[in-house]
Design a protein around this ligand. Structure first.
Ligand SMILES: Cc1cc2nc3c(=O)[nH]c(=O)nc-3n(C[C@H](O)[C@H](O)[C@H](O)COP(=O)(O)OP(=O)(O)OC[C@H]3O[C@@H](n4cnc5c(N)ncnc54)[C@H](O)[C@@H]3O)c2cc1C
Length: 533
């Protein structure tokens, strides 16, 4: 029986795997795609740490910036851990071979990102996430860590309130598989793809791990906090990194004039841009004054993306942009040991709520979370598994999932779930996006519940077994619906505005009633909401 089963092979899953293996545990990493295709590869701007290689900085300032941006919803001791362990995390990445960009003196290069009081984000050109992911994967392979790719997580196996494994759909063969383990780490990423094409995220960010954990009895917290990145490309939503503004890029309105502080936190900027767009105008990012040599050296990917997906060359053109869903602050609720309320179930990365981002994440702190809290999750899971006497006797989940899959294959496809997914993405963008109100949120919740009710009319039309992507996309859509409902219930319950959650009908912060985390669980099929500190 495996000691630590890790579900998700992005940055968080790989860090947790390396750390669990270093702690002496046997480790398996399972993913629905291949490790090097995980969304972490898309991260561009950088990873925060007070190296002070370019400008004076302090850990105290990093903590203060993170707390300020979180708007009262971060846990100070967790933030302290994040910031205090940042330098050692960068040194570790450097040691295992991450090709960071360098200063003239050979130190790790750093750049400024929004909301940071100093120049703090370490980077590798604008391919930081890609290089982190590949370095971690190389390291995991060198350590002999076992990978099982193209397995889609279906459910957790729970016995006596403890996790003892999980069930999967083997995408290659269409078979249901059961993997047994003494502890499980969910590292399946976030849920920004609820906003479908109005998101910078990879198509895999469908909140699968969150939906699975909720069904198994875990609690989800703060799902209403969704970060909108100010600079998605207007037509494709592809991200133009904050590093472009950090380097001195300007935001221009329809009159081609600057209208805001480009390095303000993302929630404030997203609202400022949305207001300009609502006035009927276009908004642009202008980096022409940085010059071709600088752009090609420091922002080569941004130039390529703008040319390929927007048809503009940032060296000579201004870039049309709009804010889009980018990062989900909410996740599976965990304690300071990264464990959920289910014994032996740990969580890492964007699928966790470690209470460090609160109402608004700072750019560069997510990659840092993967490393700092991913390492803790790996160590804690390894320790837990040593003292666990769990033996998986439960084959009921396997049988239930086999039956459930057969049932789904018998669903009709008289309604098209792809069309519903597209419709919902756009409805979420307008009704549960940068600005929200009670009426819009309630009507959207009713729509989500109606679609859920009719799911058996929108089944996959492909009934084959091998590589049935129509089936896996349907399973992702079912998870999106479950998580959408939790997001909306949370957004309705939070009757105030805070950070990324902006209620037009309640525009003020209400510390007396809502300086607390929204905690949502499922009881006999119904969602229960409470607020906790
Ligand atoms: C365009 C872009 C740029 C960004 N830039 C930065 C930046 O500069 N700095 C920063 O700090 N942050 C940045 N972020 C955020 C950061 O990259 C992510 O938060 C982080 O990479 C998430 O890592 P993760 O390991 O938690 O999840 P992911 O990398 O998303 O990995 C999730 C893994 O889970 C697997 N999985 C999902 N569902 C299932 C399932 N049902 N069954 C089995 N496996 C499953 C996936 O296949 C994948 O392997 C950026 C994000 C984007 C989208």
């Amino acid at each position: 029986m495996t000691d630590v089963l890790i579900i998700g092979s992005g940055g968080a899953g790989l860090v947790a795997a390396i750390s669990a293996k270093e702690s002496g545990a046997s480790v398996k990493v399972v993913g629905k795609s291949f490790p090097t295709r995980s969304q972490t590869s898309m991260a561009q701007g950088g990873i925060n740490a007070v190296m002070a290689n370019v400008k004076e900085d302090s850990v105290r300032a990093h903590i203060a910036d993170t707390m300020k941006s979180a708007q009262g919803l971060a846990d100070e001791s967790s933030v302290k851990r994040l910031c205090e362990e940042a330098i050692a995390s960068i040194e570790w990445l450097d040691r295992i071979g991450l090709p960071f960009s360098r200063t003239k003196e050979g130190k790790i290069a750093q750049r400024q990102l929004g909301g940071a009081s100093s120049i703090r984000a370490c980077y590798a050109q604008d391919y930081t996430g890609l290089k982190i992911l590949h370095t971690l994967y190389d390291q995991a392979c060198k350590m002999g860590i076992e990978f099982i790719n193209e397995y889609f997580l279906l459910n957790l196996i729970i016995e006596d309130e403890s996790v003892s494994g999980a069930t999967f759909l083997d995408i290659k063969t269409g078979e249901i598989k059961q993997l047994e383990a003494k502890s499980v780490i969910i590292a399946t990423g976030g849920y920004s793809r609820i906003y479908n094409s109005f998101s910078t995220n990879s198509t895999s960010a469908t909140g699968d791990g969150l939906a699975v954990a909720l069904r198994a009895g875990a609690k989800l917290s703060d799902l209403e906090f969704v970060q909108f990145h100010p600079t998605g490309l207007k037509n494709s939503s592809i991200l133009i990194s904050e590093s472009a503004r950090g380097a001195g890029g300007h935001l221009l309105n329809a009159q081609k004039q600057r209208f805001t502080d480009e390095l303000a936190p993302r929630d404030i900027l997203a609202r400022a841009i949305e207001e300009e767009i609502q006035k009927g105008g276009e908004v642009y990012l202008d980096i022409r004054h940085l010059g071709e040599a600088f752009i090609d050296k420091e922002l080569p990917q941004e130039r390529k993306l703008a040319i390929a997906y927007e048809g503009v060359d940032p060296v000579v053109d201004i870039i049309p942009i709009k804010p889009v869903a980018h990062y989900t602050m909410g996740g599976i609720d965990v304690n300071e040991d990264t464990m959920s309320c289910i014994n032996g179930l740990f969580v890492a990365g964007e699928s966790a709520n470690n209470k460090i981002h609160g109402a608004n994440r700072l750019g560069g702190n997510s990659l840092l979370e993967l490393v700092v809290f991913g390492r803790h999750a790996g160590e804690r899971a390894a320790t837990y598994s040593k003292s666990s006497s769990t033996i998986c006797r439960n084959t009921q989940q396997f049988q239930d999932d086999t039956q459930a899959l057969k049932k789904i294959k018998n669903y009709t496809s008289e309604q098209n779930f792809y069309a519903k997914k597209e419709y919902l993405g756009s409805a979420f963008y307008t009704k549960a996006g940068i600005k929200r109100n009670e009426e819009d949120l309630s009507s959207l919740l009713a729509e989500v519940q109606e679609i859920k009710k009719n799911l058996s009319l929108m089944g996959p039309s492909d009934k084959t077994k091998i590589y049935n992507t129509n089936l896996t996309e349907f399973l992702e859509f079912s998870n999106v619906l479950e998580i959408s409902e939790v997001l909306l219930v949370g957004a309705l319950a939070r009757k105030e505005s805070r950070g990324a959650h902006f209620r037009e009908d309640m525009p003020n912060k209400d510390d007396e009633n809502f300086k607390a985390h929204t905690l949502i669980s499922k009881n006999k099929g119904s969602l229960c909401v409470e607020f906790t500190n």
